[in-house]
Design a protein around this ligand. Structure first.
Ligand SMILES: *Cc1c(COP(=O)(O)O)cnc(C)c1O
Length: 272
């Protein structure tokens, strides 16, 4: 791949992507009855850097993009403009955390933190970045704690009952990180049943966990954002109080199978 400056964006593809994200933005607006501020993270995992550039360029000027795999994120971030705000939303390996936070100055948020150790590694990486390049990475790296709201063993995330203690650790022990809120993926089966009318139990659980954490930490609930809702359920998530939705397929189309994706270096294990 080449630099963003000489990357070729196919005009037809760019037009299609702009239409798709415009449609999602309309749906968000329609679902957002309370007229809150809602962030749309465009989930670009396994999609080419040219798709991201097409949406980041005017007139769309989308700034928030989500990626799942450390290696893919690192590669894309090195090619694409610094004005992008990257969100790491995928399963994190502790041994990748430090370099992610250090190497990607425009890594804006890590949404999948589920242990003190991962928070500590991100803290070390961001501290090193600030010390080596004063002025770069001056703003704190935002952290969302991923909560396992569905109780499924296969899902990553902390248990609701352990969430406050991890949040406290990030807030009190990690000066280069900013506790931004809580994230859940939720069970697929439940998300299929979710409409704007029926409540999704995962989203109820995340909201309740947020309220408890706020109380235990002496914070106002509004200081902790909720990141919940994907292509299949983002309208319902907004109705239930989501502050951030992470939408991939509806914007970019179906993804290639993970094993076919052209990403070097990641192991199958971390792609689960
Ligand atoms: C892939 C992914 C998304 C986007 O999923 P879509 O169904 O394609 O919208 C959102 N959040 C996380 C954590 C993901 O891994």
């Amino acid at each position: 791949m080449s630099e963003a400056s000489d990357m070729q964006v196919n005009p037809q593809r760019a037009k299609q992507l702009a239409e798709n994200i415009g449609h999602v933005a309309q749906m968000i607006g329609a679902a957002n009855k309370a007229n809150r501020k809602i962030r749309l993270v465009a989930v670009s995992k396994l999609k080419p850097a040219t798709d991201i550039l097409a949406l980041h360029n005017p007139p769309t000027s989308q700034v928030d993009f989500g990626e799942n795999y450390a290696q893919e994120l690192t590669e894309k971030a090195s090619l694409l403009p610094r004005s992008i705000r990257w969100h790491m939303i995928g399963a994190l390996q502790s041994n990748k955390c430090r370099s992610l936070a250090k190497q990607i100055p425009n890594l804006w948020c890590v949404s999948s933190v589920d242990s003190n150790k991962k928070a500590d590694e991100l803290e070390k990486g961001r501290k090193a970045l600030v010390e080596e390049q004063p002025g770069v990475g001056k703003t704190k790296l935002r952290i969302m704690v991923q909560v396992n709201t569905s109780g499924e063993e296969s899902k990553s995330g902390v248990e609701p009952s352990d969430t406050a203690s991890l949040c406290r650790h990030v807030r009190d022990k990690c000066p280069h990180l900013q506790l931004a809120g809580l994230m859940t993926i939720g069970a697929i089966a439940r998300s299929k049943e979710t409409t704007a009318e029926t409540e999704n139990e995962d989203f109820v659980a995340l909201r309740e966990t947020r309220d408890k954490v706020a109380q235990e930490l002496g914070m106002d609930p509004s200081e902790l954002e909720l990141s919940m809702g994907m292509s299949s359920d983002f309208e319902g998530a907004i109705a239930q109080g989501s502050d951030e939705v992470r939408v991939g397929t509806t914007i970019f189309g179906e993804r290639p199978l993970r094993k076919d994706a052209k990403v070097k270096g990641d192991t199958e294990e971390e792609r689960k």
